[in-house]
Design a protein around this ligand. Structure first.
Ligand code: HPA
Length: 281
């Protein structure tokens, strides 16, 4: 395992070389599908390949996370990396490992990071199965992927985080949802390390802090993407109401089930978005 002081740059440079060495195309975007939210984005040009093939550290799986990637072209001539299943801090990975694919995609030329995740609803108005676009986040993971020393060519050491969830892309996604007749809400996502779910006291605190969603992913990737100048767009599926918001106890299977039910809407929204050339400019 790397220490915080080891630079992630050499292993990323090696991964960039390996990518080119295999003759894979330079991606315009990285799309990451969250827990149980992998949808079909069309026939792959490359893959599916195990993430393990490109990541320089061991990948261990958890239930509902496949850990594979492929290269697809929802818009003809525009290759994108489609990653199913992410690397989470709660699995014991450090920030640099969690964001490895984001940095790799960026170094290969991608400008866009589009992610889905499963989240707990903090707002009692939400229901399991709702789709919520992220407008902002609160990083409560206790970590940050910019710790240590990074090449100045990647970005500034203290990047601003205003508009991390790109306003123009958010308008575009809202537009797509409206024209498809899909209900899309908007909210602030608070990220915790996990893997234990929240206590009712934590849920009350997070609501007071101004969050509508809680989850265990996404913010590290968005910080790394913002640092390197990528535009981000993220959508959460409310897979459950967080502890204390609903009288029911939480089960991982419930999280996966809500994902299966919303898969059609997520696929149509992703497809419409990725077929619009404005998202790549
Ligand atoms: N809390 C944290 N992460 C989650 C939840 C939750 O309730 N649901 C899905 N991911």
């Amino acid at each position: 395992m790397m220490s915080r002081l080891d630079s992630p740059a050499p292993s990323l440079e090696a991964a960039v070389e390996a990518w080119h060495g295999r003759g894979w195309p330079a991606p315009k975007a990285l799309v990451v599908a969250g827990s149980g939210l992998a949808v079909d984005l069309g026939p792959p040009q490359v893959g599916p390949r195990a993430l393990q093939e490109i990541l320089p550290f061991p990948v261990h799986g958890i239930i509902g996370h496949a850990h594979a990637f492929e290269i697809v072209e929802p818009l003809s001539g525009v290759p994108i990396i489609y990653q199913r299943g992410r690397i989470h801090g709660y699995q014991g990975y450090d920030g640099h490992q969690v964001v490895f694919m984001v940095r790799l995609a960026r170094l290969l030329g991608a400008q866009l990071l589009l992610m889905t995740n499963a989240a707990g609803g903090l707002d009692p108005a939400f229901k399991a199965g709702d789709l919520v676009m992220l407008s902002d986040h609160i990083n409560l993971t206790g970590s940050n992927p910019l710790l240590g020393s990074l090449p100045p060519s990647w970005g500034v050491q203290f990047p601003g985080m205003e508009d991390a969830y790109d306003p123009a892309l958010r308008s575009l996604l809202r537009e797509k949802a409206e024209s498809l007749g899909i209900r899309l809400q908007e909210g602030v996502y608070i990220s915790v390390l996990g893997p234990s779910y929240e206590t009712p006291a934590e849920v009350r605190a997070f609501r007071d802090m101004g969050a509508q969603l809680v989850g265990m992913s996404t913010v590290q990737e968005v910080i790394a993407a913002q640092h390197m100048g990528m535009r981000c767009l993220c959508m959460s599926l409310v897979s459950n109401l967080a502890a204390g918001v609903s009288p029911e106890p939480l089960h991982h299977e419930e999280v996966l089930q809500a994902g299966r039910q919303a898969a059609g809407d997520i696929r149509r929204l992703l497809e419409a978005t990725l077929r619009d050339e404005r998202v790549y400019s």
